[in-house]
Design a protein around this ligand. Structure first.
Ligand SMILES: C[S@@+](CC[C@H](N)C(=O)[O-])C[C@H]1O[C@@H](n2cnc3c(N)ncnc32)[C@H](O)[C@@H]1O
Ligand code: SF4
Ligand code: SF4
Length: 488
């Protein structure tokens, strides 16, 4: 297997524009929000400074978060406008529960070019939601906020943080999300706070609200799959599950994504006062400050090298065939339960080696493929293709990174990227012969990931229905044995 690639700068920034929040969700990782009383927020000058750096260092995608992003609304809008002007894609994390001027603000945000909101929806039951958000009427505020955002035209994804008090409500919460008009629901496992250490996870009997057993975690995903099949809602999870837990990577393809985005080198987190963090969930970490330190973003990013070079991976994961996809599970959850950032993800089963999971697996192993549909090969052989106009390319040493859309970013070999960039710029179509017959698998993957499209739209539509929703976040380069394909 080729060594891990290190990037020059982050591809995606998670930017907290304020630490103030109108809600107080009991599970929230921002446990220190009360201490600062909302004193930390970005202003225009600081946003200008940051956006300049994002442009210089070719950041593809910025997620505005908080605290509650709408609690610093004018700056949220200013940031989004600046990013849009500079071809940096955006997304907003918001609880959508601030009712004041909501429709008007949503409309202004939408008009600024932002079209996606991720919102927290803890349960389909109003009393459970109100209890978890710690406030009366939270359920009504959130659900009416989702409806408002959808009316304005946003794609809304609901994020349900799952723990023992709501784990049996995943299916019905997905049903509600679908009814409200959400495009997608994530059932994200709760990440333990980084001050909680050394729980005997292997022997837990599920009494701690924060601990999902392996069986419960898989049952949550089964509920999502049932909801997907019945209501047509897209399903996924924000914090990845170890692939050795999923086992059947065909059945659970919706949950095979980019793994840990920080270890993969994509993500940098910036707090409202400019402090940087490797992971949003690592609440006690301060690695530097983008406003106070005399170094630029690329130098700040180098402080995360131990995340990027694999040194934080749990030892047994280092021999796993899927280590570049999974990235050793969640490092913060590993810390919460083992006391160490390079400890074992509590949901890990054991390394996958040559098609076998070495551990007590709950599902039989089925390998992951970007598509299991044999007809795609024929489409690639007979059609002409164009490169998506939305794709953005960034040069790295000896290879390229490509944002297909938003934060869906993959590595591309130098020669292949040059070929695609040339075709995109000249607006010319190409076929398999020109791309290289030996690269058919790469072309299949790019087609399924929507980097290239057939000139015959009917063929694209078959793909959209059957294939596009699965494994979208994955970089095919990281799959076992991918390096055997060479550009000819
Ligand atoms: C901290 S919130 C900030 C944005 C906004 N206030 C909201 O609630 O959507 C960002 C995301 O993190 C999720 N989240 C909060 N605490 C979490 C935890 N302990 N584990 C996993 N995800 C969590 C939330 O559901 C939300 O989707
Ligand atoms: S350690 Fe990685 S996987 Fe876990 S929450 Fe942070 S970025 Fe996500
Ligand atoms: S062994 Fe580690 S890297 Fe492999 S699938 Fe499991 S958690 Fe992920």
């Amino acid at each position: 297997m080729r060594p891990r690639r290190i990037y020059r700068t982050p591809t995606t920034v998670d930017l907290e524009i304020t630490d103030i929040c109108n809600e107080k969700c009991v599970y929230c990782f921002n446990f220190d929000r009360d201490l600062s009383m909302g004193s930390l927020k970005l202003d225009k000058g600081k946003i200008d400074q940051l956006v300049r750096q994002f442009i210089n260092f070719e950041v593809f995608h910025v997620i505005s978060s908080g605290g509650e992003a709408f609690a610093n609304f004018e700056m949220l809008l200013y940031l989004n406008k600046k990013l849009k002007e500079n071809n940096i894609s955006t997304s907003v994390n918001s609880n959508l529960s601030i009712k004041a001027k909501r429709i008007e603000r949503l409309q202004r945000l939408f008009d600024s070019g932002c079209d996606h909101i991720l919102t927290s929806l803890p349960s389909y039951l109003s009393d459970v939601t109100n209890k978890l958000v710690n406030s009366k009427n939270a359920f009504d505020r959130i659900t009416s906020g989702i409806e408002d955002a959808i009316k304005v035209g946003f794609r809304v994804s609901a994020n349900m943080v799952v723990h023992n008090s709501n784990k049996n409500q995943v299916y019905l919460t997905a049903k509600l999300a679908s009814k409200l008009g959400c495009q997608r629901i994530f059932a994200t496992r709760i990440v333990g706070p980084d001050y909680e250490t050394e729980v005997d996870y292997e022997n837990t009997n599920d009494e701690n609200p924060n601990i999902l057993s392996k069986k419960s975690a898989l049952e949550c995903l089964d509920q999502l799959i049932k909801a997907r099949d019945e209501f047509g809602i897209d399903v996924s999870t924000i914090v990845s599950y170890p692939l050795c837990l999923l086992g059947d990577l065909q059945k659970y393809a919706d949950f095979v994504g980019r793994g840990c985005p920080t270890q993969r080198g994509h993500r940098l987190n910036i707090l409202p006062n400019g402090d940087i963090r490797s992971c949003v969930h690592l609440s006690s970490e301060r690695l530097g400050n983008v406003f106070n330190d005399e170094i630029d973003l690329s130098e700040q990013y180098k402080k995360l090298r131990n995340w990027h070079d694999g040194s934080l991976a749990f030892n047994e994961c280092k021999k796993c065939d899927y280590k570049y996809v999974c990235n050793s599970g969640c490092r913060v959850d590993a810390k919460a339960y083992s006391g160490k950032l390079n400890g074992k993800d509590p949901l890990m089963v054991g390394p996958i080696i040559n098609g076998k999971i070495h551990g007590k697996s709950l599902r039989n192993f089925v390998p992951f493929k970007i598509t299991y549909d044999k007809k795609t090969r024929e489409i690639i052989q007979k059609s002409d293709f164009v490169v998506s106009k939305e794709a953005r390319f960034r040069y790295e040493e000896n290879f390229y990174l490509c944002s297909i859309k938003y934060g869906n970013i993959i590595e591309i070999e130098y020669e292949i990227a040059k070929f695609l960039i040339e075709k995109q710029q000249s607006n010319l179509s190409f076929n398999l012969k020109e791309f290289g017959e030996g690269n058919i698998q790469i072309m299949i993957d790019y087609f399924c990931k929507d980097l290239i499209r057939s000139v015959d739209n009917r063929l694209n539509n078959t793909r959209n229905k059957n294939l596009l929703k699965k494994g979208l976040g994955i970089d095919p380069n990281n799959l076992p044995d991918y390096d055997k394909f060479i550009f000819k």
